[in-house]
Every structure is written in structure tokens, then in C-alpha cells.
Ligand binder design. Structure first.
Ligand SMILES: Cc1cc2nc3c(=O)[nH]c(=O)nc-3n(C[C@H](O)[C@H](O)[C@H](O)COP(=O)(O)OP(=O)(O)OC[C@H]3O[C@@H](n4cnc5c(N)ncnc54)[C@H](O)[C@@H]3O)c2cc1C
Length: 396
């Protein structure tokens, strides 16, 4: 296992860091105070610059217009652009589009690729992923209420979804729906591409989330499917493979999230250290001279470094042995890094005193919005249970 960073990649990472600091940090106050829709036109201009710089779609192969980074390399890249909540959008590697791109690359027919994948890769449209339902536990994704019933050449979909991230303004949704209720649980659901302007695809509201409903990509829709009719040709991949495809989508996606969270940690850490040396607590004594703060800094550094190595190791296993071989690693990093991020952001916020809870730094936003990291893409509890079960099997 070699985590040394080749010179060529060092240059790319430096360029990404400079872009984030110079072009995206200045947009953050607009996002924090006026919302995503206000900052979105500026972000589209930044996207054009990203394309010119050859840093578009870091997670996608070169033949499809991306940078062609390995998962490990993309992990390192994500840690740079994850320093700002606007980073992934600017580079067109934001969830849920990045996962949908991977799904479409692997499973879409040539017609589906032309209609949905190409404009998504180009950044002309956005998409969403509708799996979780208000009336069923997301922790048990093989148990869901949404159905897709065949009628002639079509599927007719009925059901409710929520936490459909980025549904507002998305052009299509990848909907998970039960196509065969009598099949074994893991083979009941399929993934179906539903254009959001299809009659019967109804966005009822965006969910209020930590004090904000958000809008556009930075929001989460509640969707009702009411006799929503799409051609059977819109099914993605084989019938009944929806659950397995969702699992495949989530493996690399968790590396993306975890390395983005390392970026959040690094930003919070920098802010904590910068403030500690700058803020005088008495006429000639900076905050940094206090042992409380020194302890937070040492603990945070150790925890971030440990978390980073765990994620890079998981990415290396996926790159070299496939996602299945990395199942334990993926579960371990998912809850470890999410919790590391919570602790580091909390310490950085506390070190800033009252300033920490204002929107003059990104810390309050990280504190509010990143709490969900312990819930989406598998809750802490579900990951702990599944990894512990597999470990215990080896001892049984
Ligand atoms: C910000 C955000 C964005 C999201 N984006 C999307 C998206 O784009 N598309 C999408 O489809 N979904 C999305 N989700 C949904 C997310 O995947 C689910 O919220 C998650 O899977 C948990 O499901 P649930 O909310 O139904 O909780 P439940 O399954 O009802 O679980 C409730 C609690 O019970 C715990 N629990 C469950 N099983 C056990 C057990 N066996 N033992 C002990 N405790 C247990 C869970 O850990 C959890 O704490 C998003 C969620 C959030 C918060």
C-alpha cells in the first residue's frame, strides 16, 4: 500500500486548493446569508473556469470528459474541495449527481446515456435519487412501499419519497420502486428513470432541515408519485436489481463523502488554530497559550490524521480489490469519519466563542448541516451492526 502522492497529482491538488480559496471562499457569505439560489449563477461561472482548468468531473474517466482519477486520488482531491460546502458543486461531483452518473455509466442503455447521462456530465442538468420513504425505514431499504406496476409498455408508479436531495430543479429522478413484491426481499425493487416533468411526479414540498428549507441543489424534496407513468424502457439495469445497484452506488460514494468530511475537518482545524493564535484572551496572552485549546488541537490533529488514513486505505482496497472486499472498511470509515468531523467542528466552534455560532465563519453551517452525515448513506448504528456481525462470524 503506497499513499505517497505523485508530483503530478500534487500539482493538481495545489491548483484545486488555490481555486477553492480564491474563487469559492468569497462566495460563502452569500450562500450562508442568502441561500444557494442566490449564489448559483456565480457558481455556474466558476464551473466554466473549472472546465477550462481541466478539473471538471474528477471522479469520471477521461473518455467521458472527466479527470480520470482513481478512487484514492479522487479521495485526496475531495479533501481539498470539501473545505467549502460549494466545492463539490463547482467541480460537478456533488451528491446525488455523482452517484447517479456512476449508475448511468454502468447500467444505462445508449438511449438513456444520450438523454440523461450526457447532459448530467456536462453540467447542463441535475438529477436526484428517490429511495427513502417517509412511511418505511430507510435503514431497511429492502422494505419499501413505492410500486411500479407494468401496464402495456409502461410502468405506473405510486408511492411517497422524501429526503430526495436536489429534487428542486432536477430534470430526472432515479426512483427505487418495487416491481415484484413476491421476489426474495433483495430482488423486489428496480431503479427507474423518471423525468420530473412527468404527470404524477409531484414535489409536495422541500423538507425543513435544521432551520432552513433550502432550495435548488441545496434542498431535500418530498415527492408523491401518483399514477406516474413512464415507459418500461426507462428502467435502469435489470428488473429486480435495484437494491444491488444501490449498494454498488453507495460504496465509492461513501469514500467521496468521507474525504469531503476530511476537508471539512481540515478547514475547521485551520480556523481553530488561526483563531487561537490571533485571539488575545488577556493583553499579552493568546487563546493558543491555554491548555484546553492545545488539547483540542492535538486531539483534533490525531483524529483527523487517523480518519484520513482509514479512508485512503478503504479507497485503496476498492481500487485494487473491488468494493466487495472493502465492505468492512467502508462501514468503518462511514461512522468513524462522520463522528470525527462532529468532534472537530464542535471544538473549532467552541474555540471561537460567540463568533463560532454566527454565520461569519463556515463553522455554524458545518455544525448544523453536517450532523446529517451520521444518518444518510447508512446510519451509524446500521454500519456498526453490519460490520460487527461480519467480524463476529469469523469468531463463531
Ligand atoms: C441530509 C440527508 C440527505 C439525504 N439524501 C437522500 C437522497 O438523496 N435519497 C434518498 O433516497 N435518501 C436520502 N436520505 C435518507 C437517508 O438515507 C435515510 O434518512 C437513512 O437511510 C435512515 O433512514 P430513516 O431516516 O428512515 O431512519 P430509520 O430507518 O427509521 O431509522 C431510525 C433510527 O433507528 C436506527 N436503527 C435502525 N435499525 C436499527 C437497528 N437494527 N438497531 C438499532 N438502531 C437501529 C437508525 O440508526 C436510526 O437512528 C437523506 C437523509 C438526509 C438526512
Amino acid at each position: 500500500m503506497d499513499f505517497s502522492i505523485p508530483d503530478e497529482l500534487q500539482v493538481v491538488l495545489k491548483k484545486a486548493r488555490e481555486f477553492v480559496e480564491q474563487e469559492l471562499y468569497p462566495l460563502e457569505p452569500i450562500f450562508f446569508e442568502q441561500g444557494f439560489a442566490t449564489v448559483e449563477p456565480e457558481l455556474h461561472k466558476k464551473r466554466a473556469k473549472v472546465k477550462q482548468m481541466g478539473m471538471w468531473l474528477p471522479q469520471i474517466e477521461r473518455e467521458h470528459g472527466g479527470m480520470g482519477l482513481s478512487l484514492l486520488e479522487h479521495g485526496l482531491f475531495s479533501a481539498e474541495i470539501g473545505r467549502t460546502p460549494l466545492g463539490n458543486f463547482a467541480f460537478n461531483c456533488q451528491a446525488p449527481d455523482s452517484g447517479n452518473m456512476e449508475l448511468l455509466l454502468q447500467y444505462a442503455s445508449p438511449e438513456q446515456q444520450e438523454k440523461y447521462l450526457k447532459p448530467l456530465l456536462n453540467g447542463d442538468i441535475r438529477s436526484c435519487f428517490g429511495m427513502t420513504e417517509p412511511d418505511f425505514p430507510g435503514s431497511n431499504p429492502v422494505w419499501m412501499g413505492t410500486t411500479a406496476v407494468k401496464d402495456g409498455d409502461d410502468y405506473v408508479l405510486n408511492g411517497r419519497k422524501w429526503w430526495t436531495t436536489g429534487g428542486d430543479g432536477a430534470t430526472f429522478c432515479v426512483v427505487m420502486a418495487v416491481t415484484d413484491p413476491n421476489a426474495p426481499p433483495h430482488f423486489r425493487a428496480s431503479q427507474i428513470l423518471v423525468p420530473t416533468d412527468t404527470p404524477g411526479f409531484i414535489i409536495e414540498t422541500t423538507t425543513p432541515f435544521m432551520g432552513h428549507r433550502g432550495e435548488s441543489w441545496a434542498s431535500h424534496s418530498e415527492v408523491r408519485l401518483d399514477n406516474c407513468r413512464v415507459p418500461q424502457a426507462n428502467r435502469l439495469g435489470p428488473e429486480g436489481a435495484g437494491f444491488l445497484m444501490a449498494q454498488e452506488r453507495l460504496g465509492p460514494g461513501r469514500i467521496h463523502h468521507c474525504m469531503r468530511w476530511i476537508g471539512v475537518c481540515e478547514r475547521a482545524f485551520d480556523l481553530m488554530c488561526q483563531y487561537a493564535v490571533k485571539r488575545d484572551i488577556s493583553p499579552d496572552r493568546p487563546l493558543a497559550s491555554k491548555q484546553f485549546i492545545q488539547g483540542w488541537i492535538a486531539e483534533s490533529r490525531a483524529e483527523i490524521d487517523a480518519a484520513r488514513l482509514m479512508v485512503l486505505h478503504a479507497a485503496w482496497v476498492i481500487d485494487n480489490h473491488g468494493a466487495k472486499a472493502a465492505r468492512d472498511d467502508i462501514s468503518l470509515i462511514k461512522f468513524t469519519v462522520a463522528n470525527t468531523m462532529m468532534r472537530v467542528v464542535d471544538r473549532a466552534l467552541q474555540a471561537h466563542g460567540g463568533l463560532g455560532v454566527t454565520d461569519y465563519t463556515p463553522l455554524a453551517m458545518f455544525y448544523r448541516m453536517e450532523r446529517a452525515a451520521r444518518i444518510y448513506d447508512g446510519t451509524d448504528e446500521v454500519h456498526k451492526l453490519s460490520v460487527a456481525k461480519r467480524i463476529l462470524q469469523r469468531y463463531a
